[in-house]
Design a protein around this ligand. Sequence first.
Ligand SMILES: CC(C)(COP(=O)(O)OP(=O)(O)OC[C@H]1O[C@@H](n2cnc3c(N)ncnc32)[C@H](O)[C@@H]1OP(=O)(O)O)[C@@H](O)C(=O)NCCC(=O)NCCS
Length: 125
Amino acid sequence: MNIDYRVNTPVCGEELIGVFKSVGWKKDENVIVKAFQNSYYVLAYSDNQLVGFARAISDDYFYTGIYDVVVKPTFQGKGIAKKMMEKLLQKYKGTYFFLTYTNGNREFYEKCGFKDNEQSMWIPK
Ligand SMILES: CC(C)(COP(=O)(O)OP(=O)(O)OC[C@H]1O[C@@H](n2cnc3c(N)ncnc32)[C@H](O)[C@@H]1OP(=O)(O)O)[C@@H](O)C(=O)NCCC(=O)NCCS
């Protein structure tokens, strides 16, 4: 399967929402493109159809957060998310990386090199 990875290329809300919906996530179509534009993002395409994405927000020197790592169910298990993560990790190599994960996904991030950190906190929305 030929997957085309694109970085920070224009993408429309409808395409993004379609991928979010495919995994049962709800996002506001009115602001999702702006959120991506405020991030560094990788898009994965198969036959010019968006099948996955991952994004990061970084200060470029010290700290990087990873968000919205999603692959459409029919394209999962093919290494697409790992490849997108590699691109984010490479881009901000040398910074600390942080993320929160949803149930069942811890092992995926372990395979990308993440380790537990008991000294993190957050304020949920
Ligand atoms: C999590 C997700 C992004 C993984 O995408 P994917 O393209 O299927 O992952 P990959 O094929 O790149 O997997 C890379 C490795 O992680 C493993 N892996 C992937 N998802 C896993 C999971 N949920 N649990 C354990 N291992 C997992 C794969 O088996 C593979 O292992 P290998 O390198 O030893 O072969 C995808 O399942 C998804 O979009 N889920 C719904 C949205 C979501 O929950 N995103 C994460 C938010 S925290």
